[in-house]
Design a protein around this ligand. Structure first.
Ligand SMILES: Cc1ncc(COP(=O)(O)O)c(C=O)c1O
Length: 462
């Protein structure tokens, strides 16, 4: 039984001690250094060895227990579990690993979307089946013509995207779109993709699993730091310009121009991930798509995951001619085309105007949750602020500097609120202020208010 464990922690890295201990132990377990069943030192002893408060270690152990790495039993101490969480089979874009059941789940992505419009979908699906008289054959590789036409109109109307139907490829969600793009770009000789930092941790993994390297580029309140991007050797960048994930900020006009200039000057590619496009309820108008500024350099990517449901696995790319062939070649090797009936039903939803109506309703719901969140943060979390545009399904809540983010996340979990801290969205240790990434739109209003109060209690309990 190890009564002592040497954990390396730094007091100058800017990362909280809880988070450092957590990461250290997680890595030791994942790499097999700490074997299943190994008993960890008592929290008091480890805290003494590291000269930290005992609560720091308790919180780190608590979070690792919640993640399924450790188990603790009265009298038996805390041990490494015998069966580790099966990370390899969890789809990398998702945040839906093994978690305890909680009252309020504020994670983004996964099933935490707004309710699926069953009746509307059923009507569209029935019409699609009746009208098409098809479905028994392989779908056209780039997608059903009727859907590509509807998408070209919708994206032009909503976001100013300039793409003829022939430039659009229907894909199995952004996940497949990104995979196809990585394949096409790699085959064109490119090896690196610049990604936003903070950004989507699943996307970083997804890119590296596709055989490319990621290069982290910082994001500030104007969005991606284009100067920092230009200083890298990357010739591809993945950005979320309308509503940066996770900060929620919008890429400023100045940075948009700089980014497009960079792409043109260096023959680089911009991948515009418009993951929650259409869910905009800020008072200021939504900026038009970046793609509009440089259709020859930007791949615009959209998805039905946030607007309808991730279960449909439906997304679309509007790509420059130079990349279209590579994308289609990659797709033919993967799946011979996206499933037809879903495409036809979605086209019917777009054609009939039901989709517009549905999205207007979603935006209203999401907007009311955001209002509750802003109000609750103002009242219960002094010094915190909700960052970025009122849009999409989540918000980024920046906490006061003195707050220990990992401890708040662990404290919230003890109060039955599952929320992610901002640190996990960074590609390495960060000096950014502590923060929470709050998926709010899927909760009832009372849930947003209660969850915020529990978080506030976790902050003040320190
Ligand atoms: C930043 C971001 N991009 C894209 C997606 C959508 O991926 P998909 O269309 O594969 O569901 C998500 C979903 O969670 C996301 O968070």
């Amino acid at each position: 039984m190890p009564l002592h464990m040497s954990v390396s922690v730094s007091r100058t890295s800017g990362e909280s001690l809880t988070s450092q201990i957590q990461k250290f132990i997680r890595e030791e377990i994942e790499t097999g250094i700490l074997r299943p069943g190994t008993r960890l030192p008592a929290s008091r002893r480890l805290a003494e060895d590291l000269s930290v408060a005992r609560s720091v270690v308790v919180d780190a152990y608590g979070q690792l227990t919640a993640e399924g790495y450790l188990e603790s039993r009265q009298g038996a101490g805390t041990r490494v579990v015998h069966h580790l969480p099966q990370q390899s089979v969890v789809p990398v874009l998702l945040d839906n690993g093994r978690e305890p059941a909680v009252r309020w789940d504020l994670r983004t992505g996964g099933a935490n979307t707004l309710p699926f419009p069953h009746t509307v979908w059923l009507t569209a699906y029935q019409r699609a089946l009746q009208d098409s008289g098809r479905g028994h054959d392989y779908p056209p590789l780039a997608g059903e013509a009727v859907l590509r036409g509807e998408l070209a109109r919708l994206l032009g109307r909503w976001h100013g995207v300039r793409a003829a139907p022939g430039k659009i490829v229907v894909v199995g969600g952004f996940a497949q779109g990104l995979g196809l793009l990585c394949t096409a770009l790699r085959e064109a000789g490119l090896e690196e993709v610049a990604v936003e930092d903070p950004g989507h941790p699943g996307q970083r993994r997804f890119i590296t699993d596709s055989g490319m390297r990621t290069v982290a580029v910082p994001v500030d309140e104007e969005g991606l730091d284009v100067g920092a991007l230009a200083a890298t050797s990357a010739r591809v960048v993945l950005v979320t310009p309308a509503h940066q994930f996770p900060l929620g900020v919008t890429l400023s006009e100045r940075r948009r121009q700089e980014l497009v200039e960079w792409a043109r000057d260096t023959d680089s590619w911009i991948v515009e991930d418009d993951y929650d496009g259409g869910l905009w309820y800020a008072r200021t108008p939504r900026p038009l798509a970046l793609q509009r500024l440089a259709p020859e350099r930007v791949v615009y990517a959209g998805t039905a995951s946030k607007l309808l449901g991730p279960g449909l696995r439906l997304g679309w790319l509007a790509a420059p001619d130079e990349l279209l062939d590579g994308i289609l070649h990659a797709k033919v090797r993967q799946d011979l085309g996206t499933e037809s009936f879903t495409q036809l039903a979605f086209a019917e939803l777009l054609r009939s105007g039901l989709f517009d109506r549905h999205v207007r309703r979603l935006a209203k719901t999401a907007s009311s949750r955001r209002e509750v969140l802003e109000d609750a943060v103002r009242r219960h979390l002094p010094g915190a602020e909700v960052l970025g545009a009122a849009a999409g399904l989540h918000a980024y809540v920046r906490l006061p500097r003195k707050v220990d983010e990992a401890a708040v996340v662990a404290g919230a979990l003890r109060r039955s609120v599952l929320v992610r801290g901002g640190a996990g969205f960074h590609s390495g240790p960060t000096r950014d202020a502590p923060a929470l990434v709050v998926g709010h739109a899927h909760l009832p209003r009372v849930g947003v208010a209660q969850a915020t109060e529990e978080i506030a209690a976790a902050v003040t309990a320190r």
